[in-house]
Design a protein around this ligand. Structure first.
Ligand SMILES: Cc1cc2nc3c(=O)[nH]c(=O)nc-3n(C[C@H](O)[C@H](O)[C@H](O)COP(=O)(O)O)c2cc1C
Length: 242
């Protein structure tokens, strides 16, 4: 039996993961356009439930809009000094759109087996129901009542709030990929949830039902950026071994 040699990338990963810090002040240096494009392409490879990719990455390129979005980030310094700003939007409607694309891909594929195609049909039918009628606000009071009895049910993608939470949760994987990909390129980032969702949704003209899980500021750390030691609680408080 032959074994394939897979080179270990551990040291590279660890160094990238530790290079990524939340940076709140960026220098005036601009980021090559190609670098931004490349890291956004990587972000689109992030995993998502049912591969439904219920998010969109908004690269704010217009200087005027960028200034307005930065102001909507509560005038945070990270946003005001960022070379680039990426806003991530998410919704059940985006997921529904992906489901129809994914089904069309499966139906037209000449590499997928009949069994695989049947699997896609079944999956997409189920997701269409959950994200269609299941995402209706009609269910929200029932879900609310159910979560009072069983709080762990609150992450179910049922009702308008449940489906928005589900979409936002899925979007976060691409957000983290952006920040790790940026770190791999020597570009710094700051994830921000301190912003006015209403203002940014208006500025980007997001369709009703969209949420904004996170805004990411990108740039190169300023020489006088305040970067403290990376603190985490004791690891045994994070890791529970069963
Ligand atoms: C969901 C989320 C929202 C955050 N929002 C902000 C923010 O609005 N402003 C900010 O300066 N940092 C924000 N941060 C950065 C955190 O404060 C930072 O990640 C944390 O202190 C740990 O520091 P480190 O990322 O350098 O390890 C946010 C991080 C996450 C994950």
């Amino acid at each position: 039996m032959t074994t394939t040699f897979i080179p270990s990338n551990w040291e590279a990963f660890q160094s990238i993961n530790r290079q990524r810090r939340a940076i709140r002040k960026f220098s005036a240096l601009s980021i090559p356009e190609r670098d931004i494009q490349e890291l956004l392409v990587e972000a689109a490879l992030a995993p998502s439930s049912g591969n439904l990719q219920p998010y969109q990455l908004h690269w704010i390129r217009s200087p005027q809009l960028k200034a307005e979005v930065a102001a909507a980030c509560n005038h945070q310094q990270a946003a005001a000094t960022a070379a680039e700003i990426i806003v991530i939007s998410a919704s059940a409607a985006i997921a529904k759109h992906t489901a129809s694309r994914q089904l069309a891909y499966a139906e037209l594929s000449d590499v997928l087996s009949a069994k695989s195609k049947a699997y896609y049909r079944k999956q997409m039918k189920m997701f269409n129901t959950v994200l269609g009628i299941g995402a209706s606000a009609f269910w929200t009071p029932f879900m609310y009542a159910a979560t009072l009895l069983r709080p762990c049910l609150s992450l179910l993608p049922i009702g308008n709030i449940g489906s928005q939470n589900w979409a936002a949760r899925n979007a976060i994987f691409s957000a983290h990929t952006i920040m790790l990909a940026a770190a791999a390129k020597g570009v710094d980032s700051c994830p921000m949830e301190g912003f006015s969702a209403v203002k940014i949704a208006q500025l980007l003209q997001l369709p009703r039902g969209s949420v904004i899980p996170i805004v990411i500021a990108l740039g190169y750390r300023a020489e006088d950026a305040r970067i403290e030691m990376q603190w985490r609680r004791q690891f045994n408080e994070t890791l529970i071994t069963h």
